[in-house]
Design a protein around this ligand. Structure first.
Ligand code: GCV
Length: 674
C-alpha cells in the first residue's frame, strides 16, 4: 500500500486503555450474514490498535463482556428508539448475565456507520462502559461528485490522477475499497464517479462495455453503504441511440431513456441515478430543443422512477458568452432567474443541485439566493472540496469554516430561523430528497489530497453533511486527533492553522467579495484583469476611482432576489457586510469602512497581513517537527513555503495593481511597486 489511510490510520493505543478494550473486542457477535465490511474494519482496528485478533460469532455469547452487532430485527431483545433508515444506536447494557455493547440500526448501511463511529469514539477516548449514543444523519443525500475523466485526468484535480479511471478503463482494486472505507467513515452515501462535463468517451459509460465493470464497482460500494451515480450527457440519445434529437418531449427520446434505465438497473439494481449539467458551459440541454429545465429533468426522472433512481439537475446555468461591454447582464442573477420560475414544476425524484454562491466557488460569495428562493423543489447544496479557487491544495485553506458560515446563513424565507442548513436537511420546507454534494479533492497521490492537511476538508465535508449543526472546532479537533494522535501541541498548532487559513487566503488574494482575479483557464495565481475582458461574465470593472459591480436595486437588481431584510441590508452600502462589499456595490477607493480606514488602505493592509499570517503558519508547523510523521512534516513544510512565496506574489501583484490604478500610496509606506 503506497498511500496513507488519513483519519483511519489505526495506530496502537496506549497500554492502559488497551487492557480494558481487549476484553470487549476479543469476541464479537455479529448477528448478520454478509457482514464482511464490518468484520474487516473491526479486525483492522483490533489488530493495529489493540494488538489482538478478534473472534467473530454469529450468535449471542455467554461471556462477561462483549460487543453485539446486528440490525434491530436480529437482536434478541427489543429497543424502543427509532434510529431511522440510516441512523444507529451504540449502547452498553446488561443482558442475559453479560454486559454487552449493542451496535444496531435498521439497515446494513446504518451498521457500517455504527461500526465506524464506535471505532472513532474509542480512538477519541470515549468510555465504552458508558456508551449511549443515538445518531441520525440530518440530510438524506450526502454525496461526493468526482470530476474524473475516463483517461484518468481530473478536472480541477490537484492530487494526482483519478482513482477510478485510467486509459479509458475503470479501476476497481484495494484502493477503491479503502476509499469506500474513508467515505463510509464520514457518512457519505453516494458517489458520482465521472465529471459533469460528459465528453465523447464518457458518454459511453452507460453502455454495456462499461456497465459490466461498473457493476463490480457498485458491488464494492454497496458493502459500504455507498450508491453509485453517473453524470450523463443530455444528448445521449443522439450520440448513442442514433436519434436525430434529444428533445425531452419527443416520445422516442423518452423511450430511449426508459430502456437505458432498465439496462443500467439490470447491472446495478441500486443505481443512484444521473447527475446532469445541462445547458451549461457548452453541455447540451433542453434549451437546445426549446424546452425548459423542468421538462428536461422530469423526462429523465420518469425513466428512473420505476427503479427508485433520482435525477440531480445542476442549477449552474448562465450565459458563458457574455460581452464584457454588456453592463445589463449579471451572471450572479442567472441561477435564480433560470430556476425560480420553475419552482414546483419538478417531479419528486428530481433534485436541483445549487452551488453555494451565485458565481463559482470563489473564496467568498454571498449565499445563492435560490436557497430560500425555491420552496417547492428538492435541493442539494454543492460545495467545492477541491480547491480550484482556493489555492489548489498547494495553499493551506481549510474550508469547513466557510461552509459553516454558509450553513448558518439565515435566508428569512419563512421568517427568522430559516437557515440554509434547515433547507438542505429538508426540514424548512418539509422536503425529503435534499442534501449535500461536495466536489471531491481526491486523487491517486500518497495522501489522497495532495496537501496532507487538505484531508481535513474531505473529513469536514462528510461531518457537516451528516450533521450541519456540529461545531466546526470540534470537527477539526477530532480530525487532528484521529490523524495525528493525542499530542497537545499538534492539536493546538494545527487547529490554529486550519481555523485561520481560509481568512488568511482571502486576505492575500481577493477580499471584500471581489473574487476572480486569477489567471484564466487554470485559475491559479493572481491576474487582476485575467477575466476582465472575457466572455465569462465575471467583471470587477475597476477604474481610477472605484471598483465593483452595482448589484443593488439601483444596479443589476440582484439584491432583490433575497428575502427581507437581506435585500435591504445588501442594498445599502452602509449595512452591507464588509466582506461582501465589492460583490454588491461599486465603491470608491476612498470610501471609509467601519474601521475608519479607506477601502484602498484596508486592501493594502489585508494583503500585508495575509502574508504575515502565512509566515506564522510556517512557524507553527516548524514547532511540530518530530511530533508528526517525518514524511508528512516535510510535505507540508514544502507546501507552506511555496504558499508563502505565492502569497507574496498575490500581495505584490494586487497591491501594485491598485496603486497604479489609483495613485494612492500606502499610509504605512510599505513596498508597493510604482
Ligand atoms: C466541471 C467551473 C469550473 C469548471 C467546472 C464548472 C462546473 O466553471 O472551472 O471546471 O466544470 O465550474 O461546475 O460545471
Amino acid at each position: 500500500m503506497n498511500y496513507t489511510m488519513c483519519w483511519l490510520e489505526y495506530r496502537k493505543l496506549p497500554e492502559n486503555t488497551i487492557s480494558n478494550l481487549k476484553d470487549w473486542f476479543s469476541s464479537v457477535s455479529i448477528l448478520e450474514s454478509d457482514a464482511s465490511a464490518l468484520k474487516n474494519e473491526i479486525r483492522e482496528f483490533s489488530e493495529k490498535s489493540l494488538d489482538i485478533t478478534p473472534r467473530f460469532h454469529s450468535r449471542p455469547l455467554k461471556k462477561k463482556k462483549y460487543i453485539m452487532i446486528g440490525s434491530l430485527d436480529s437482536l434478541p431483545f427489543g429497543i424502543e428508539e427509532d434510529p431511522g433508515e440510516e441512523g444507529f444506536i451504540l449502547r452498553t447494557q446488561n443482558w442475559n448475565g453479560s454486559k454487552i455493547l449493542v451496535v444496531t440500526g435498521k439497515t446494513k448501511r446504518s451498521l457500517v456507520y455504527a461500526v465506524f463511529d464506535l471505532i472513532r469514539r474509542i480512538r477519541l477516548g470515549e468510555d465504552i462502559e458508558k456508551m449511549n449514543v443515538l445518531e441520525k444523519p440530518k440530510a438524506k443525500f450526502r454525496m461526493l461528485n468526482h470530476w474524473d475523466n475516463l483517461d484518468g485526468s481530473v478536472e480541477r484535480g490537484y492530487a494526482g490522477n483519478s482513482i477510478f479511471f485510467k486509459d479509458n478503463r475503470i479501476i476497481v482494486n484495494q484502493r477503491t475499497r479503502d476509499y469506500a472505507r474513508l467515505l463510509a467513515s464520514i457518512g457519505i452515501n453516494g458517489v458520482v464517479i465521472n465529471n459533469v462535463n460528459v465528453k465523447k468517451q464518457e458518454v459511453l459509460l452507460i453502455e454495456p462495455v462499461y456497465l459490466k465493470k461498473l457493476k463490480r464497482l457498485a458491488d464494492l460500494f454497496r458493502e459500504y453503504g455507498i450508491r453509485l451515480y453517473l453524470s450523463i450527457n443530455f444528448a445521449s440519445p443522439m450520440y448513442l441511440g442514433g436519434l436525430d434529437t434529444a428533445d425531452p418531449l419527443d416520445e422516442r427520446v423518452a423511450r430511449w431513456w426508459r430502456e437505458k434505465a432498465r439496462e443500467i438497473y439490470d447491472y446495478i439494481p441500486d443505481f443512484g441515478g444521473f447527475l446532469v449539467k445541462a445547458d451549461s458551459e457548452f453541455n447540451p440541454g433542453p434549451h437546445m430543443f426549446g424546452r425548459d429545465h423542468a421538462e428536461g429533468a422530469n423526462m429523465l426522472a420518469r425513466a428512473l422512477a420505476p427503479f427508485g433512481g433520482v435525477v440531480i439537475w445542476r442549477a449552474f446555468v448562465y450565459n458563458c458568452l457574455q460581452d464584457w461591454r454588456d453592463y445589463k447582464t449579471d451572471r450572479a442573477r442567472a441561477a435564480y432567474d433560470n430556476f425560480k420560475p420553475l419552482d414546483g414544476k419538478f417531479d419528486d425524484n428530481v433534485i436541483v443541485q445549487i452551488k453555494y454562491g451565485p458565481m463559482d466557488f470563489q473564496v467568498r460569495e454571498p449565499v445563492n439566493p435560490l436557497f430560500g428562493g425555491l420552496e417547492k423543489t428538492n435541493q442539494i447544496l454543492e460545495l467545492q472540496i477541491t480547491q480550484e479557487y482556493t489555492g489548489q491544495q498547494i495553499h493551506l485553506c481549510f474550508l469547513g469554516t466557510l461552509w459553516k458560515e454558509i450553513l448558518e446563513f439565515d435566508t428569512f424565507a419563512k421568517g427568522k430561523g430559516s437557515y440554509v442548513k434547515r433547507i438542505v436537511d429538508g426540514t424548512l420546507f418539509g422536503r425529503e430528497n435534499n442534501g449535500f454534494a461536495g466536489v471531491s479533492n481526491v486523487g491517486d497521490s500518497v495522501n489522497w489530497t495532495g496537501h496532507d492537511l487538505a484531508q481535513a476538508n474531505l473529513y469536514a465535508f462528510g461531518k457537516l453533511a451528516w450533521n450541519p449543526d456540529e461545531d466546526i472546532e470540534k470537527i477539526v479537533e477530532d480530525w487532528i486527533r484521529l490523524t495525528f494522535g493525542d499530542d497537545r501541541k499538534v492539536l493546538e498548532n494545527v487547529s490554529y492553522m486550519l481555523l485561520k487559513s481560509h481568512r488568511t487566503y482571502e486576505k492575500y488574494t481577493t477580499p471584500f467579495g471581489l473574487g476572480w482575479m486569477v489567471n484564466p483557464g487554470h485559475h491559479y495565481g493572481p491576474n487582476p484583469e485575467g477575466y476582465e475582458y472575457s466572455k465569462w461574465g465575471t467583471y470587477h470593472r475597476a477604474n481610477w476611482e472605484a471598483i465593483g459591480v452595482d448589484r443593488t436595486s439601483r444596479g443589476t437588481g440582484y439584491t432583490l432576489q433575497y428575502h427581507s431584510p437581506w435585500r435591504e441590508i445588501f442594498d445599502d452600502i452602509n449595512t452591507c457586510p464588509e466582506d461582501l462589499l465589492l460583490f454588491f456595490h461599486r465603491v470608491r477607493y476612498d470610501h471609509r469602512l467601519k474601521s475608519g480606514k479607506t477601502l484602498i488602505q484596508a486592501m493594502y493592509d489585508l494583503h500585508f497581513e495575509g502574508v504575515e499570517e502565512v509566515e506564522k503558519f510556517i512557524r507553527k508547523w516548524e514547532e511540530l517537527k518530530d511530533r508528526v510523521p517525518y514524511d508528512v512534516f516535510e510535505r507540508v513544510r514544502e507546501r507552506l513555503h511555496t504558499q508563502l512565496e505565492h502569497a507574496k506574489e498575490w500581495r505584490d501583484v494586487i497591491n501594485t495593481y491598485f496603486y497604479r490604478r489609483t495613485g494612492i500610496p500606502d499610509e504605512k509606506g510599505r513596498k508597493i511597486y510604482p
